[in-house]
Every structure is written in structure tokens, then in C-alpha cells.
Design a protein around this ligand. Sequence first.
Ligand code: AMP
Ligand code: TRP
Length: 321
Amino acid sequence: MLLLLVMKERMLSGVKPSGRPHIGNYFGAMRQFVELQSEYDEVFIFIADYHALNTLQNREEMRQNILDLIIDYLAIGLDSKNVVLYQQSRISAHTELAWVFDTIVQMGYLKRAHAYKDAEAKGVDINVGTFNYPILMAADILLYDATAVPVGKDQKQHLEFTRDIAEKFNKIYGDIFTLPESIIVESVETVPGLDGRKMSKSYDNTIPLFASREEIERLVKKIVTDSSGDRPENVYALHKLFKSEEELAPIYEEYKGKYGELKRILAEDVDAFIAPMRERRAEIAKDVEGVKEILDNGANIAHELADAKMQLVRDRLGVVL
Ligand code: AMP
Ligand code: TRP
């Protein structure tokens, strides 16, 4: 007998409210949230505030960052009518499921995580939350049976862990979790920062996504250029995000070796790209109550789904009599 399963395609992703999102977050992940939002049956985009707790332990800053991030989500074009927008911390099933996964994942396996290995190599002690980070992330994803998760390359391993954890649970307790696929756009999988390393809040090498024109000009001037070739590679790598190689070729030909000019043109192009989003953001930010309401609605929808899944998990574990 042929059993036809109609499976919902569900896209899910999140960003930590650990500082201002930058153009690396945008091109690597957030733009895909927007571009793909109408391609899926359901879309869940959340604020990973409990993940951010590992590095941000300040009440006022946390509150501000959460509010800022939901406004950012709306300003880049996420449609709150079709996308469930919510805060991770408000759905307690995330942390509950993370605990369940803690009991089936070995220490040795988690020690393979890049973040842990980097810390170990540097000889720094990390908190248990950072060690467990991939487990909470697996819970974020599996709780909703997400099928597609758009992220940057630095999250690839976390997605692999998530799939492994789903498989392990399914093997022990029977199939209840869907294995998600990561969506990583190769050309922007790692956006470089001002110093040529990966753009990252923790390296202080970012161009914030909603930066002002002055800020953009100041930051672009800071891009580290090597003086060996005709073309400043770090400038070009960022420029490619905003213009095609065909458009850039004559510009880089005309201003060969003139790094200052090329930076001036890059700053202009970045600003032209950001300006409309910046304006939209300023409008949205005027209605804080409306924005909070979006998060309340999102929490209600996510809650219902997550609780139903958690009930099923508890039943499989054998804790329901
Ligand atoms: P985070 O700010 O760490 O929560 O990251 C949010 C999303 O942005 C994740 O999907 C990351 O993989 C992605 N991301 C962060 N930095 C970069 C980068 N430099 N290039 C591409 N994607 C990035
Ligand atoms: N770890 C992700 C990052 O640093 C954020 C995140 C937490 C996430 N949970 C997630 C992303 C679930 C996608 C799906 O960027």
C-alpha cells in the first residue's frame, strides 16, 4: 500500500539579540528569511534570547536588544501576518526539550563543537550554557518540525548536530522528529569583516545593518587593505555584496590602486542599499506597543505548537501515566 504523507514545509531560524545585526547577518541569513518567507507553508523566525544569555548578562541591554531585533526583523521586510515572530524565552518547551536531549547526547560528542574546541585551544573556561548551546539550538528547531533552516556557514555544524540528535531520539523512542535541512547560500556563507576575518559582533569588525551614513563612511575607511595588488581585496569582497562583478569591473579598472576612491564608492553603495531599510525602521520604531503585540501573538501561536509536541515527547519518554 502506498502511503502518501503530506508534509508541511516549515522554515525556521533565529538570531541572537546580542548586539546590532550587521551586514554579515543580513546577507548570510536574514535576507534569506525575507526572500523565502512566501515559499514555505509556515515560517517561524525567533529571537534567540536564551542563547544570548551566554554572553549578555545585563537586564537593560537585553531588553533593548530584544526590542531592537524585532523592529529589525520587520524593517528588513518580514511580514508579521505570515511569519510567526517570537521570543525563545517565552516558550518554556525549548529549554525543557533541551534537557531531554541532554540525557541522550554524550559529552565526547558535544566536545567536537567548534565553539568548544576553540575555547579549549585558547585554554579559556566556558560556561555550561555555551557548552550546551548546540543542544538548545536542536530543541529550537526540532520542537517545530522545521524542514528548512537558513543560516550562515558558522551554523552548519549546529545543523548537523541537530539532525544527529533527532535521529538518536527517533531511534530510542520512535520516529517523532523531522530532520531539518540547512539553507546556506554559498556566495555569502561567510561575509568578511573590516579586518578580513569573518564579520562578527565579537570581533568588533562589523558594519551594522542599520548604520547611519556617517557611521558607514567611518567604518568603510577602517577596512584593512593590503598594498600588494591593484585591487584592495577586502574592499572588493564587501563591494560584491552590493554590486555585480560586471558592474564592479569598470569601476575597479578606472580607480586601480586608488583605495581611498574605491572606499568612497563602496560607502556610497552601502548607504544607498541601507537607506530605505533604515527609513522603514525609523517608522516602525515609533510604534513600540504594536511591535510588542506582534511578539505576543507570535508567542501564542508558537506556544500551542510547541506544547503539543512536548506532550508527545513526554508520552514517548514514558513519564505520562
Ligand atoms: P548571530 O548573530 O550569531 O545570531 O547570527 C545570526 C545569523 O547570521 C546566523 O545564521 C549566522 O550564521 C549568520 N552570520 C553571522 N555572521 C555571519 C557572517 N559573517 N557571514 C555570514 N553569515 C553570518
Ligand atoms: N546559533 C544561531 C546563531 O548564532 C542562532 C540560533 C539559535 C538559531 N537557535 C537557532 C538559528 C535555531 C537557527 C535555528 O546565529
